[in-house]
Design a protein around this ligand. Structure first.
Ligand code: EPZ
Length: 420
């Protein structure tokens, strides 16, 4: 397994281009199953999760062709069932269920396992499918949904942690071909849901309220092919912004959408980070000492859970006490013990981490555990004195395109060690 070797204490300087959003492109790829016509998706990030999704669509019978950062997908004839264990490897692929149910009126997928950040249930996805008239059964580790017809319905998709992003995506994709009107209350408002709705609308779907907690979908008979450019990845942009602040650098994020990052930019400004917006570019600089901030993760437009770990790395470097509370997932503090190996002083109290920041970090060998925890370790390693080796970086390659190349471009002393 590959690892990253980082020689820290180098300020990041220069500009980095933000890639297409992983969490938008995965459901958009799944949505191409809803038509027999060709679809073209642009600004597709080169990520292992995207490759996995391509393999799943191919397994289902679609033709998937990748040309640089463009994907051409045509699902002329597809199967709705099948044993594809890839689902277990990548939770995001659960979102093929909605389009399969919408198009074929049946879908069977292996139950997505939990992961290091939590149990990852899909009860809300299934609640939405049943509201549309599907019969859902769970047998032998598979979940099956079947319907004679799908009829529009009004449903509430809020769970114990608020809205569900992929649940909203899945039910929306099943509803676009249902008969009648579907209203999803407590729908997820993330920009990735808005991007998916834009793609579905380009395919001929009738959707209103995307980005608000009430989504209205009027079913149509069929959908046609479409072209779409994926939004930039707000989580990648936040990660580079925090890395710039952590290393006393100055970095311009090319193509970032500040309007998707309001909660993150608000907290960075509170901490004393300099932020300058010029059109679609954002320049992040670290003028001087930072101040500790308290963070609670919430559904969008609140502070994103996918930036919690990265912010904790920054607060570990910031003199004072910061309290970081995780309200979305039940165990998303895997990075705490690894940050401690670099010298961070963090105590977990239930859903909160109390960060006693300001001690200088020193490099050490650490282990990546999940995608965003790994990003936090990269940030800490870039700021630490000495050398940090991060093992199992396949976690990083799931969600960050060419992260070592982009960081080298910003002056970081980082190299990828490929294990034979
Ligand atoms: C999406 O996961 C993202 N993944 C996650 O990003 C992100 O952290 C998450 O949304 C929250 O923003 C993709 O889009 C591929 P949820 P998703 O359903 O949709 C509970 C990353 O690092 N819940 O919004 O699976 C769930 O347990 C990844 O890029 C139910 O209870 O998350 C959690 O506590 C990590 N029942 C909360 O809701 C359900 O049926 C939010 O989960 C579904 C979810």
């Amino acid at each position: 397994m590959d690892s990253l070797l980082i020689k820290g204490s180098v300020p990041l300087r220069g500009e980095v281009t933000i890639s297409g959003a992983k969490n938008a492109v995965l459901p958009i790829m799944a949505a191409t199953l809803l038509t027999t016509e060709p679809c073209v998706i642009r600004r597709v990030p080169r990520l292992s999760d995207v490759q996995f999704m391509g393999q799943i669509l191919t397994w289902l019978g679609a033709q998937v062709r990748s040309e640089g950062d463009t994907l051409r997908i045509q699902a002329r004839k597809i199967q709705g069932a099948g044993d594809y264990d890839l689902i277990r490897k990548m939770r995001g692929s659960i979102c093929v269920m909605g389009p399969l149910l919408g198009r074929l009126k049946q879908a069977s997928v292996s139950l997505p396992g939990g992961c290091v950040i939590g149990a990852r249930p899909i009860n809300l996805h299934l609640k939405g499918f049943e509201a549309l008239g599907a019969r859902v059964t769970i047998e032998g580790g598979y979940v099956h949904a079947r319907a004679k017809r799908l009829a529009g319905a009004t449903m509430f998709l809020g769970g114990r942690a608020g809205s569900t992003v992929l649940g909203t995506a899945n039910v929306m994709m099943a509803a676009v071909l249902a008969e009648g009107v579907t209203i999803i209350e407590s729908a997820a408002c993330e920009p990735e849901i808005v991007d998916l709705a834009r793609f579905l609308t380009a395919m001929g779907a009738q959707i209103s309220g995307a980005g608000s907690p009430t989504l209205t979908i009027t079913g149509v008979k069929q959908l046609h092919g479409a072209e779409h450019e994926v939004i930039p990845d707000r989580i990648e942009a936040a990660t580079y912004a925090i890395a710039a602040a952590a290393t006393h650098g100055e970095v311009t994020l090319r193509g970032a959408r500040a309007e998707h990052l309001r909660a993150v930019l608000d907290k960075l400004a509170d901490a004393g980070v300099g932020i300058e917006r010029r059109g679609a570019d954002l320049t992040i600089r670290r003028p001087g000492r930072l101040k500790p901030v308290d963070i609670t993760t919430l559904p969008y437009a609140g502070f994103p859970t996918d930036v919690q770990a990265q912010m904790m790395a920054l607060m570990a470097l910031t003199p004072g006490i910061s309290i970081i509370t995780e309200r979305i997932f039940e165990s998303r503090f895997m990075h705490v013990s690894e940050l401690a190996r670099l010298g961070a002083d963090i105590e977990i109290e239930g859903p909160s981490a109390i960060v006693k920041g300001g001690k200088p970090l020193s490099g050490a060998p650490v282990m990546a555990s999940d995608l965003r925890a790994s990003a936090a370790l990269v940030i800490a390693g870039l700021a630490a004195r000495g050398t940090t080796q991060i093992n199992r970086i396949y976690h990083l390659d799931r969600g960050y395109e060419n992260i070592d190349g982009k960081l080298r471009q910003l002056g970081a002393r980082i190299e990828r060690i490929e294990e034979s």
